[in-house]
Design a binder for this molecule. Structure first.
Ligand code: MN3
Length: 222
């Protein structure tokens, strides 16, 4: 059974970019629904995976398991998205700053690339900054799409492009939401640790390990 992780901050911590009302619905309704549907599907199939990351990779591109993939990947993407935001803004650490400057010119260049990609993305999905080794790139994925399925790519940060992420607070202004998210909420501390992981220095962020019905963690997270 996968859990719905608690938010790492109070529901009003990201206001006004993301209001408490949006966050309560997004976490307490949308994310909870993905986790509950995932657990029901696993229960029905009699499957008991050890990690959400492995489950997402196994179910990807299997047309018989599209519903399982969608709910598993959305559970993972949202768990990472909550961690990828913070109310305590801090600049990226030195190695990551160098990589950003080398690829995008500077932070403003990265912001322009992420905001453009996310604003132009057609329909629902996610805007990501990824690292493959020390190489950075910006991509978007559709619907539940996740970089977990992209080989060695490690996500550094992500912004949710689904309308449920911003419509209450920004109506149709996805570009404005992305710009404010980048300036005020992006967690460069997490991004730095993920960049370390991409270069073989420590573990990448992992979704909380599943629990059995008694609430005992099946095994330590990776
Ligand atoms: Mn969402």
């Amino acid at each position: 059974m996968f859990i719905l992780p608690d938010l790492p901050y109070r529901p009003d911590a990201l206001s006004p970019v993301i209001s408490a009302e949006t966050l309560r619905f997004h976490h307490g309704k949308h994310h909870r629904s993905y986790v509950e549907t995932l657990n029901t599907l696993l229960d029905d199939a009699g499957v008991d995976p050890d990690s959400l990351e492995d489950l997402v990779r196994d179910a990807a591109d299997d047309p018989m398991r599209t519903k399982l993939f969608n709910n598993a990947a959305q559970a993972w993407n949202h768990g990472f998205f909550w961690e990828a935001m913070t109310a305590e803004h801090a600049a990226p650490e030195r190695d990551l700053t160098h990589a950003i400057d080398a690829t995008f010119g500077d932070m403003a260049g990265l912001k322009a690339a992420l905001v453009k990609a996310g604003a132009e993305h057609f329909g629902s999905g996610w805007a990501w900054l990824l690292a493959e080794g020390d190489q950075l790139r910006v991509i978007t994925t559709h619907d539940a799409g996740t970089p977990l399925t992209l080989g060695s790519a490690v996500p550094l940060t992500v912004c949710d492009l689904w309308e449920h992420a911003y419509y209450l607070d920004h109506q149709n202004d996805r570009k404005g939401f992305l710009a404010a998210w980048f300036d005020r909420l992006a967690n460069w501390d997490l991004a730095g640790r993920q960049f370390d992981a991409a270069r073989g220095r420590g573990p990448a962020w992992a979704y909380p390990a599943p629990e059995d019905r008694a609430g005992t963690v099946k095994r330590a997270g990776r």
